[in-house]
Ligand binder design. Structure first.
Ligand code: SAH
Length: 381
């Protein structure tokens, strides 16, 4: 798919024409990754964070958030629950918490791998090459690290680097690949300052990076962050001014009369478009229907994501007393449901879509294909 075609879809307002995009994404999904929907048990192991990201409620300066960290035993308890429910994977996610040391996470990973048949995915932010190596050697299978936006200037503003930091997310992704991880990345849709052209570049970059997993969700403003308040504004314009939330769809897409220059709205529809385009760009990747999407449309968001390109759902297994504290954005879906209620309802919904529940770890077909290719013939680098 050409970049101008991506851009045209992102700006397409017509429901009937969009129906063709949904159909195409669903067809490509079925052909390349099948009807199975794989469930990944999400364990949010710590909400401590040393970073200052303008979008995320876990940011270090947010003193209003009570902080928690799961013990190794608590994490293992959640992993056992995932295995007991028949999930094939657990995802350990956290802020960049210095107390989650190389040794501590390596130990947790080794114990999960020794005790259960689960695949282990890590989503622990930007880590040193040595640490990523140690975790891979301990048995971690996959790593999720969204590049958030391909617009480097926008990213630098909303995701300030640590002092002295030289390696950014785009530099870490090839390292993860070289270490043998299944590599996941993705973006937020509708970041204040993100244009249609930026988002088209994001989708093109999914393809270029040949991602194994792609996570996409709408940007959801958090009131205790610079992008969540009325003063938040458009970080691409320099000083923080103007409204913190993205304006309405279709109203602003023709900003300046230049194609692609308008602000992308942080809407449900725009998120479906990016999921569908991600599926067309990376047919054999695993693509979740995300919690952020379900937060915008609790009744239908997950199903519509699954019908428009996604093949993964990540049920939250974090102990309920901690779940509301992992507040990257407010009012996350499924804060109150028990694991049992969620699991029963989710299973019924997946089956009613004519899909099945995936059995086993459900690794990315894209990653498996790559193992079969001779290294010298690999198409990246
Ligand atoms: N510390 C890890 C995990 C972060 S949470 C890391 O930085 O990689 C996982 C994802 O949640 C982030 O990558 C980001 O894309 C998303 N996220 C954070 N704040 C958000 C917000 N306000 N709205 C929507 N998504 C958000």
């Amino acid at each position: 798919m050409q970049r101008h075609e991506i851009l045209n879809w992102l700006r397409e307002p017509d429901d009937h024409r969009l129906a063709a995009l949904w159909r195409q994404a669903d067809e490509v999904r079925r052909r390349h990754v099948g009807d199975a929907v794989y469930l990944r048990g999400l364990i949010e192991i710590s909400n401590h964070c040393r970073r200052q990201c303008w979008y995320c409620g876990l940011r270090a300066p947010n003193t209003r958030l009570p902080r928690y960290r799961l013990t190794t035993e608590e994490i293992l308890g959640c992993a056992r629950q995932a295995a007991a429910r028949g999930y094939g994977t657990v995802v350990l996610q956290a802020g960049e918490d210095p107390a989650l040391t190389r040794e501590r996470i390596a130990d947790v990973v080794r114990r999960i791998k020794a005790e259960t048949p689960l695949a282990v995915t890590l989503s622990l932010g930007e880590q040193s090459y040595e640490t990523l190596t140690a975790w891979r050697e301990a048995g971690a299978d996959r790593y999720l690290l969204r590049f958030e936006t391909s617009n480097a200037a926008l990213l630098a503003r909303i995701h300030p680097p640590l002092a002295g930091q030289t390696r950014d997310r785009l530099a870490i992704l090839p390292e993860l690949r070289a270490l043998g991880y299944e590599v996941g990345s993705g973006v937020m849709v509708g970041i204040p300052g993100q244009t249609y052209a930026d988002l088209a570049d994001d989708v093109a970059l999914f393809r270029e990076l040949d991602l194994d997993m792609i996570g996409v969700g709408p940007f959801l403003p958090h009131p205790d962050t610079p992008l969540g308040t009325a003063a938040g504004g458009n970080p691409a314009n320099g000083e923080a001014t103007g409204p913190g939330t993205a304006p309405d769809e279709h109203e602003t897409g023709r900003h300046n009369g230049q194609p692609g220059q308008g602000q992308v709205p942080a809407t449900e529809l725009m998120t479906y478009k990016v999921i569908a385009l991600a599926r067309l760009a990376c047919p054999r990747a695993n693509i979740p229907s995300t919690t952020a999407l379900a937060t915008l449309n609790r009744a239908q968001g997950r199903e519509l994501g699954l019908s428009r390109g996604a093949n993964i759902v990540m049920p939250n297994l974090t102990p309920p007393e901690y779940r509301r504290l992992y507040e990257i954005y407010p009012a996350k879906a499924c804060l109150t449901e028990t694991v049992e209620q969620f699991h029963a309802a989710l299973t019924a919904r997946i089956l009613s879509l004519g899909r099945t529940i995936g059995v086993g770890p459900g690794g990315s077909p894209n990653w498996r294909d790559r193992q079969l290719r001779p290294a010298a013939g690999s198409d990246h680098g």
